[in-house]
Design a protein around this ligand. Sequence first.
Ligand code: ADP
Ligand code: MG
Length: 278
Amino acid sequence: MNEILKIEGLSKTFTKKGFFSSNTDTVKAVNDVTFSLDEGEILAIAGQSGSGKSTIAKLILRAIEPDSGKIYFSGKEISSNVQNLKNFRAQCQMVYQDPYDSVNPRMKVSDIINEPLEIHNIGSKEERYQIVLKTLQQVKLEPAKEILEKFPHMLSGGQRQRVVIARALVTNPKVIIADEPVSMLDVSIRGEILELLDEIQKKNNISIIYITHDLATAKFFADKIIILYSGKIVESGFISEVLSNPKHPYTQALIDAISKPDPKNLYKEKNISWKTNS
Ligand code: ADP
Ligand code: MG
């Protein structure tokens, strides 16, 4: 398989101002992280809250600058050169956790999905309209022509996350980074959104980095997994191997967390049932 994305020695330290004193604290949010992603592969990055997952996503997209480390896309290093970055961002799109927060509430669905096409100068006005329509159908928002005219507040959380996914998909990217894409959604619709991402991945042969604190969904979805702890990769490999034979105590702790009969984990059972149904 061809390697599409490669991350090498990525590190980022944040400096936090003390709340009551002038003391400053430093946090090594990401500490010498190296991994690669193959074409068409789904890689889960799993770890507890604060382990550095979102920081890795932001560093890859250069929303923040790394202290050190390199990022390669299709074998070419991504520099901070503006044009280079712009091209990369059309190829590597992000789906954020909060569908309420990641779309502009004043924009119609048509404009939200059309915007990346305009930014990247793709197609004529009429071609863009057709692409937007087709993308809405891909994320199963129908009737597409009606949805196009709606504002975000007129949609449900799940529909809104479909809009966010359509926006990520519309430039025909090679990679999608999904940062806890279902954790803000109602438990009952998490399954269908993950199923949609899975279907899109297969249909378009996209690679996905699936960021989660939840091994149950990772297990359903991903081929490989990286376990992150305090900004460091403590374990990685094929997901079936890592989960059936965890080498690191922290991985075991994450596994124990999903096998507890916690009501919050009920959707795990749901996931299993819709997986076997399909
Ligand atoms: P996760 O996504 O796994 O929950 P994050 O990447 O958001 O973790 O955060 C990793 C660590 O870095 C945490 O300790 C967090 O408080 C810290 N951090 C993240 N972003 C910033 C920032 N902009 N300024 C200061 N500290 C930050
Ligand atoms: Mg996060």
